[in-house]
Design a protein around this ligand. Structure first.
Ligand SMILES: [Zn+2]
Length: 320
């Protein structure tokens, strides 16, 4: 008798359709409720009462209030909705659209679907992208990490519609794992080395091409394997940088196909978006939930800056 076949296939990501979205998030209140439940799964801790207390929703604000002392808690503080009047559900819908695509989505799309102005749509996507930044280092003992630099362009400035010089980006990716991509000032060793040190853990096995900027990687920190691209060799057994090059081609195709042109100023936020989607491609929970959780967890722990602090910060900016 032959034993039953066992499948090695990884569990797939659960789908999350537009119907699911409409059922789960019909209005602002359900969106706020989701955020509150995610942030406070065991109930809201009231600081003045020094314990978890029962809270009720304040319908005129984006807050919950303690039943005992009336203290307010704002689940969305420091996230998307600050300084905007855009309804929370529209933010959630923008996040849904961004999570539902593989190649990115243009602000025009949400403008067409919801009727917001292009400026509002563009700002929403920009802010969501900014919150998708992930600073977790890659690699570790014996882990394989490929790295490579690339040029991305051509870009145009919004004002003059003239091509900017191509931007240099630097990427590091774990084989079968996560990626980190940053905009770099140039390709010099002095520029790339601190970035590598910041994002790649010591004792990783590092794969690069023969570009001279990688000559001087600290052998006490990394096992360095190189592939001689200048001699036309691209793969030798496990020695290659195909993973990071695949990531670059995904980004280049999407930037030209969906966004047409991106200014240098915002390129990092687009890299965040693509990296986030790439890093969560093997999750079993829906991509939309990964997006929401990232945004909820990226709340700054400090209280928002008061008006007095803002003006003194502006003054110091001007002085600088
Ligand atoms: Zn209280």
């Amino acid at each position: 008798m032959t034993p039953p076949k066992t499948s090695n296939r990884k569990p797939k990501m659960l789908p999350f359709t537009i119907r699911d979205f409409e059922r789960m998030f019909p209005d602002d209140a359900t969106c706020l409720e989701w955020m509150k439940d995610w942030l406070y799964p065991n109930g809201i801790f009231c600081v003045p009462c020094k314990r978890i207390t029962k809270h009720h929703r304040i319908t005129t604000r984006m807050s919950y209030s303690c039943d005992f002392c009336g203290h307010h808690v704002y689940p969305m503080a420091g996230t998307l909705t600050e300084k905007t009047r855009t309804p929370l559900r529209l933010w959630f819908y923008a996040i849904y659209l961004m999570s539902a695509t593989r190649c990115g989505i243009s602000a025009k799309q949400i403008q067409r679907e919801t009727g917001v102005t292009y400026k509002t749509a563009w700002r929403m996507f920009k802010q969501i992208r900014t919150m998708l930044n992930d600073e977790t280092p890659l690699g570790g003992v014996g882990e394989k990490v490929e790295m490579d630099e690339a040029s991305i362009g051509s870009f145009t400035t919004r004002k003059y519609k003239v091509p900017n010089p191509r931007a240099t980006v630097f990427g590091m990716v774990e084989r079968h794992g996560r990626v980190k991509a940053v905009v770099a000032a140039d390709r010099k060793m002095t520029t790339l080395k601190p970035v590598i040190k910041e994002y790649v853990l010591p004792r990783s096995v590092v794969f690069t091409d023969d570009f001279p900027s990688y000559d001087d990687l600290n052998p006490n920190w990394y096992k360095h394997r190189r592939i001689n691209h200048s001699a036309g060799v691209y793969v030798m057994g496990s020695k290659h940088t195909q993973t990071i090059e695949g990531f670059w081609s995904l980004i280049k195709n999407s930037l030209t196909g969906v966004y047409h042109s991106v200014s240098h100023k915002y390129l990092q936020s687009y890299l965040n978006e693509f990296s986030f989607r790439y890093n969560h491609r093997h999750d079993t929970k829906p991509m939309f939930v990964s997006f929401l959780e990232q945004i909820a967890s990226s709340r700054p722990s400090l209280p928002p800056v008061s008006e007095g602090n803002t003006s003194s910060a502006n003054q110091s900016d001007r002085a600088a």
